[in-house]
Design a protein around this ligand. Structure first.
Ligand code: F3S
Length: 101
């Protein structure tokens, strides 16, 4: 089991999650972050800090979101680590509102 980032992160990239991760397992591109399942210890610390609830433990992942397990694994392996809080993407607050948060 691990923890995965899902599509609510896309175009938000609030990065609050990286500030609480004890294992440094977030990797990112210019749109969103992904969790390295090899490094993640499934502590759950990042779940409550994401403003758009993009992060799930796999055991609680809705069936229609299961593709994100493989996406997190492949993308995290190919992308650089993200360890510092950064400005959200332009439009992130609008997207947050659209998502109902
Ligand atoms: Fe994305 Fe939420 Fe982290 S928007 S960057 S998973 S705090």
């Amino acid at each position: 089991m691990t923890t995965v980032v899902t599509d609510n992160c896309d175009l938000c990239r609030f990065t609050d999650c990286v500030t609480v991760c004890p294992m440094v397992c977030f990797h990112g591109d210019d749109k969103m972050l992904y969790i390295d399942p090899v490094v993640c210890i499934d502590c759950g610390a990042c779940l409550p800090v994401c403003p758009v609830r993009a992060i799930y433990e796999v055991k609680n992942l809705p069936p229609e979101q299961h593709e994100w397990i493989a996406i997190n694994a492949t993308r995290s392996a190919a992308l650089p680590l993200v360890t510092d809080k950064a400005q959200p993407l332009p439009g992130a607050l609008d997207r947050k509102k659209q998502l109902g948060f």
